[in-house]
Design a protein. Structure first.
Length: 227
């Protein structure tokens, strides 16, 4: 995880406080890559509970100490999908104090000494979370080279006419066009059309495009009503 991602903004905790209950049912994502971490279901003393998937649900207990901030719509974590899967996907909540070791911006890098500002920020995290600006996230999310690296696609034209599925295995349609920042997907019979930012493309296996988007989020990318 880059230092730029972790240190993008110094938050003023006195002026940017949001109560944890205000983010229930909000979307959770990874700050660095935009990974889908599910929807916020519950708030614990040291963690946030999220669920991802429609038919087969995955449940995550994500440490509050790894929160990057809330932009009014999305709760961002200093985590990747792989880190969440490996460390925080659980059937039962963690024991009290189990997450006390997550004091820095990443799972793998833990400084021995924290500054007073960092200590105060972690203490405030028990009751509040920081507000961050959307434009910072938008800049990352619309960067074409960043999106290409994330998806592992060198030539975006190779996904034309290929099938598209959501991260929870729901078939949408086929890719009908690709532009600088987006992928256009059309459903069977051209009844609906979607425009997905390139950073929402999770992978391409040669036959199908897999999105970071789940079925419940499809409407936010719809650009044409049914004919």
């Amino acid at each position: 995880m880059s230092n730029q991602s972790r240190e993008e903004k110094s938050v003023d905790w006195k002026d940017n406080r949001i109560k944890w209950d205000d983010i229930l049912k909000k979307e959770a994502r990874g700050y660095e890559k935009g990974d889908d971490l599910g929807e916020v279901q519950e708030i614990g003393q040291e963690f946030v509970v999220t669920e991802r998937g429609r038919l087969s649900k995955s449940r995550f207990y994500l440490p509050k100490a790894l929160v990057a901030g809330f932009d009014g719509d999305i709760l961002w974590f200093k985590l990747t999908e792989d880190e969440a899967e490996d460390n925080f996907k659980k059937d039962n909540p963690p024991k009290m104090g189990e997450y006390s070791r997550y004091k820095s911006a990443s799972v793998t890098e833990q400084p021995d000494v924290q500054s007073k500002e960092e200590t105060d920020s972690l203490r405030d995290l028990q009751d509040y979370l920081p507000l961050i600006e959307k434009r910072q996230i938008d800049r990352l999310g619309t960067d074409a080279s960043y999106a290409k690296t994330t998806a592992g696609i060198e030539d975006w034209d190779t996904i034309l006419k290929k099938g598209v599925r959501t991260v929870d295995e729901v078939s949408i349609g086929v890719v009908t066009a690709v532009n600088e920042n987006g992928v256009i997907v059309t459903t069977e019979g051209a009844r609906e059309e979607f425009n997905f930012p390139k950073n929402e493309v999770k992978s391409f296996n040669g036959q199908e495009v897999i999105l970071n988007v789940n079925d419940e989020r499809l409407d936010q990318f719809k650009v044409k009503v049914p004919r």
